[in-house]
Design a protein around this ligand. Sequence first.
Ligand code: CP
Ligand code: NVA
Length: 314
Amino acid sequence: MFVNSLRNRDLLSIADLSVEELRSLIDLSFKLKELYYNGLKYLNILNGKIVALIFEKHSTRTRISLQVAIEQIGGRSLYLSSQELQLARGEPIKDTARVLDRYVDGVAARVYSHKSLLELAEYAKIPVINALSDFEHPLQALADVMTILEFKKDMKKVKVAFVGDGRDNVAHSLMLAVTMLGGSIYIATPVGYEPDARLYSIAKDYAEKSGGYIAIVRNPVEAVKDADVIYTDVWVSMGQEAERDKRIRDLKEYQVNKELVAYAKKDYIFMHCLPAHRGEEVTEDVIESPNSVVWQQAENRLHTAKAVIASILR
Ligand code: CP
Ligand code: NVA
């Protein structure tokens, strides 16, 4: 039932997973969701193991889904705001890592810089899980592909349109996961907002192997035309507040609104990792429309978090 090959491994990027591991994690998430709805909400998989959650940034879904997932499968979590750790007073990450791994069984961290995660993982012997960095958000992408599969069944027939900031952490992880599973993804983004070149080339390789497709386009209509999934994320991610005015100016043609979604398939689903900024990347009518699956997508964060934690820390 568990993805045994993930035991004691780090999960910093979707690219850390093989296709088989990604598929198995999603299968396990579906099983855990089924158990949850059949009254098996509480399972003893972790045997009291303790996971530290270090957060440098705000969080609602990631923090709560991880804490609840850990507790529901028999573990315990310690929420540690980085502001209250000696980290905030300049203690190096590499020192924090070597102390933490003597106390707890695993750590999930939300950081400003992906480099901090790499350092944490290099120095901590315990598994390190990316709870969002400026570069990737793998836990989100797992819930995203699970949600797409719930609604659309066959990833190989799915066209995803990601509209907005193509360098976004959520977009990065999503493009890796979708192409790994054989789906197509069109990223509609302005010049200067293209995905990271290295991650894009990994996704292109995945697409070639899986029969999927990936393209960057400038025109949102081209991405959304006949799409099964329309996905967007905020224009100003945490840590980018100083660039707010420029980003809003640059991305304003990339709003997901009634006019744009009219080009998608009639039964398209609208997705967003949340939190959403209504009136910026998406309009109220689209996020509140019957095509919007954002609440189910948010719920799936819990089931996928359980699958990850159970497989890595069991
Ligand atoms: N989608 C997501 O990661 O939300 P939080 O920032 O609330 O954790
Ligand atoms: N791109 C957003 C995602 C939040 C879940 C951010 O980094 O702020």
